[in-house]
Design a protein around this ligand. Sequence first.
Ligand code: FES
Ligand code: MG
Length: 579
Amino acid sequence: MASRKRRAPPAPKATGLRQGLATYGDAGFSLFLRKAFIKAGGYSDDALDRPIVGITNTFSDYNPCHGNVPDLIEAVKRGVMLAGALPMVFPTVSIHESFSHPTSMFLRNLMAMDTEEMVRAQPMDSVVLIGGCDKTLPAQLMAAASADRPAIVLPVGPMLVGHYKGEVLGACTDCRRLWGQYRAGTFSDADIEKVSERLAPTKGTCMVMGTASTMGCMVETLGMGLPGSGSIPATHSDRLRVAEQTGKLAAEMAIRQGPKPSEIMTAAAFRNALTVLQAIGGSTNALVHLTAVARRLGIAIELEEFDAIGRKVPVLVDLKPSGDHYMEHFHWAGGNSRLMKEIRGHLDEKCRTVAGRTLKQVIDAAEIVPNQTVIRTPKDPIKPTGGMAVLRGNLAPRGAVIKHAAASPALLTHTGRAVVFESLEDLAARGDDPKLDVKPDDILVLRNAGPKGAPGMPEAGSFPIPMKLARAGVKDMIRISDARMSGTAFGTIVLHVAPEAAVGGPLALVRTGDRITLDVPNRKLELLVAAAELAKRRKAWTAPPPHPGSGRGYNGLFHKTVLQADEGVDFDFLGPEKK
Ligand code: FES
Ligand code: MG
């Protein structure tokens, strides 16, 4: 019998299930094996021969901010299938602010690595990244930047507001305010108990302009998510519609094999994001996160540039913690697109978005809402300049940040006596001690609370006013630390002092009784101690002992490789691959 010459199998197209096959010399067999296993899920060949859209699942009982993720996934899947592709849902790390010990920031890079590697490892032509609670969108953007597969971000959206005794409440600005009243003795046990049921009344992220809301606006501004997706309330049906649309777009991106995150998140797109960050009076954390995302793409964010933008761009959004309203009001006033319209002269409108439109087209399509007062015009701003400033001086050679939009104007230029807390533990032990020697015009210093020191640079920077002063009615004092603060906090708080004390930054050398000058108009942060004396103290300084657990595992990796605040607190080995 004449042997029939078998036709060679067609060269595998690197789409759908054919991506990243471990061939071991036989690509056909690897594909056969992959199909055999996936068919255990009941898929047909018709389904499996399509481009694949991966969808992250960050639902977790520990993460009520992501409580609507299952509904969003269903809507995204519907959109993907309507456009002819195959949706595949996969889990990643999920992080909630209140359930992440020692701090959510400690886990952000872990989530970024997990997401990046799962996007890389599994066959998908594009990916929908669904996140929202503070560190999750930054982690997903970092992952998208490094994996550089076509990606679109879908925020989970903000909660609706809460109500108590005729007052509108918002997590978590009012959490802090009301807890402050409770500490001062003006809010009862019964009140604080009841309020704990009202502060976070629905699924979704904190509904003030905290980190989650800020990052939602950053996703839209960077062009990585659809217009409105950063601000539609988590529980509104519009959010499901934007999820369906996101799914459709992800399918088109899978078929077109683009655009890639590196084509959307350009240097100009990051400048736009920094501009919007100033105009919304956004969270200081977003600066660290944007720095980390940009670094993944080899783009450096210069603190001076951010400060210069802040000197030109006004704060226009009247939202807590620096204003009066909440995210749902921002959304119904026109949201991020409308905000960008007011500052379009400061933006590079040529930037592309995942939807294929330019930023100009997004801005042109912004909804115009008559008589709204949430998004102001540059002629009638909340503040004539941006929300944040970058400080330098002998206390912060690599910079520090202050959200002056949420600070007490009278304290923005002040010289006072330092009262130093050595660590978070020291603060907890002595902060409320009635014998603590502290006066209202002192400057409170907290150190060893930075990226390495704490570890994970917790949101401890807005630490409480010592109890005896709080009870005497003191509402604000200057606080300086190498920590971060929640985007929902307010006060005259200097953050992200770099380098941090734990690596020998000058913050480590301050002693109680030294004098410090904060001069925000001139962007100065100075320790008024002679250079010779500081040199003496430096010689005598020893690094704090490594924190427990840092000798092994993820903690050890974090300790060895985490970068400072001005570099985004990413790990040193996660920058772009050296060519
Ligand atoms: Fe999740 Fe505030 S706790 S966004
Ligand atoms: Mg927060």
